[in-house]
Design a protein around this ligand. Structure first.
Ligand SMILES: [Zn+2]
Ligand SMILES: [Zn+2]
Length: 227
């Protein structure tokens, strides 16, 4: 589904929402869980683009629902992986995965993530910072929005006034939400990051989880902070 000129949401991906940016050269934003590569390939075919048009994968943050398919994509063809410099060690395996607070069940999932993490680490080729620019025929600005993880990023496209927030905010069960406490390393920073996003002039917000918001988006972001 094309959300704005040159901004697509890839349908059929598992685990999180995945987006494609650009036209001649394409950048993927996040990769989804296992089984998502096929959906990404089918979507490229549907919009008439060869797989080789995909040149870059931008990772909003290290969590497995966003990175599980990264290794498969990265080793299948020449493409670059971009992430914030504070997030790169969790993606390339220099640091163990971030902890999860919660019950035995949640910690069981954490053990699964840890075992997978050792096998699936991927080098980060492009180190991003707050204010970095990505040029894919679109003006894409990188915003460091920490809290959920240390190096979480959001992407802002001033042309269509479109914001991709990863897990800095979700749109679940009919309303915007701060990231879940159990998987967020610093709730104060997470809230501060939302305040920064709410100060932008935004028409459309795309989330890692939940449907895209395309109406009164700036108001909705400010309302989230007022709760
Ligand atoms: Zn996350
Ligand atoms: Zn997520």
């Amino acid at each position: 589904m094309e959300i704005a000129p040159g901004v697509h949401q890839v349908e059929g991906v598992r685990g999180c929402n995945v987006f494609l940016l650009g036209s001649d050269k394409l950048a993927l934003v996040d990769t989804g869980m296992a089984g998502s590569v096929g959906a990404i390939e089918r979507y490229l075919t549907r919009i008439g683009r060869p797989r080789e048009a995909l040149k870059l994968v931008v990772v909003t943050h290290c969590h497995v629902d966003h990175t599980w398919s990264l290794a498969k994509l990265r080793w299948a063809q020449p493409l670059l992986v971009a992430a914030h410099e504070a997030e790169a060690p969790y993606i390339d395996g220099r640091l163990p995965p971030l902890g999860v607070q919660g019950s035995g069940f949640v910690r069981g999932i954490q053990r699964l993530i840890s075992s997978r993490h050792r096998r699936k680490s991927v080098p980060v080729d492009v180190s991003l910072r707050d204010g970095s620019h990505l040029d894919f025929g679109l003006d894409v600005r990188v915003l460091h929005t920490p809290g959920h993880t240390p190096g979480s990023i959001s992407l802002y496209l001033p042309g269509p006034r479109l914001l991709l927030v990863g897990d800095a905010i979700s749109n679940r069960y009919g309303r915007l939400r701060l990231p879940p406490r159990a998987t967020t390393v610093d709730m104060d920073k997470a809230r501060h990051s939302v305040a920064r996003l709410a100060a932008l002039d935004v028409e459309v917000v795309c989330f890692g989880h939940g449907p895209t918001l395309a109406w009164r988006s700036s108001d909705a972001l400010r309302d989230l902070l007022a709760r």
